[in-house]
Design a protein around this ligand. Sequence first.
Ligand SMILES: Nc1ncnc2c1ncn2[C@@H]1O[C@H](COP(=O)(O)OP(=O)(O)O)[C@@H](O)[C@H]1O
Ligand SMILES: [Mg+2]
Length: 255
Amino acid sequence: MIELDHVSHRVGDRLIVDNLSLTIGRGEFCALVGPSGSGKSTTLKMINRLVPATAGAVRIEGRDVAERPAEQLRRSIGYVIQSIGLFPHWTVADNIATVPRLLDWPAERRRARVAELLQLLRLDGNEGAKYPQQLSGGQQQRVGVARALAADPDILLMDEPFGALDPITRLALQTELAAIHRRLAKTILFVTHDIDEALRLADRVAILDRGKLVQLGSPQEILANPVSDFVREFIGDPELRRLALNIARAKDANG
Ligand SMILES: Nc1ncnc2c1ncn2[C@@H]1O[C@H](COP(=O)(O)OP(=O)(O)O)[C@@H](O)[C@H]1O
Ligand SMILES: [Mg+2]
């Protein structure tokens, strides 16, 4: 579904992303993790062309993104960022309907879609009629996810979407995202610097260090076989990680 083929992003003589290759299958949930400054956000932005790949190619379903009109590409990919980026003077419903409006959906279809998403993201206590600042941080982040899903994109790019939330709200939203992924089978590339969040949510975890992909594997593989001291240090105590993972997944399984 998404193919990063020897992709780099160079600024001057600095390689922000360095020769990265990664293929994400349809319906897969892949987490991109690494310390601050390792090139995670830049990698996401090369997929929806907010920044150009200066070498290599990004393909979606086999088509080079550089050959598609950037606006059309962006409308076909859901994008969720930490600072949310909701329009403060628009209601929640109007915020969610942003892309459907750009796509000229008729009003009735937009209304029905917004109602469906408000319910999916548990914003069905009249939040649709409110303005973003009348909502809690967790609710605002839910609106961000609903807006990204509005036109039913196949791909969701999420850049530390829960990074600003308190731990309890964050866990609740992780649980909901896991459920949404199971239900809607979107292809998700999820950036985080929180290894527990990555291990909990992802089918595969890609670890970045200074712009380079240093390890790619399932949570179990990464915990069992960290390839370097860097990865070992990033993981910390693998027993603690396994414990956190098992507790979180047991909770998810119990709804
Ligand atoms: N346009 C740019 N010019 C110069 N430096 C940049 C530019 N974009 C990103 N960087 C730098 O590249 C590094 C990686 O950035 P980023 O992809 O945002 O990392 P991450 O999301 O992993 O924290 C950071 O050190 C950042 O300051
Ligand atoms: Mg970032």
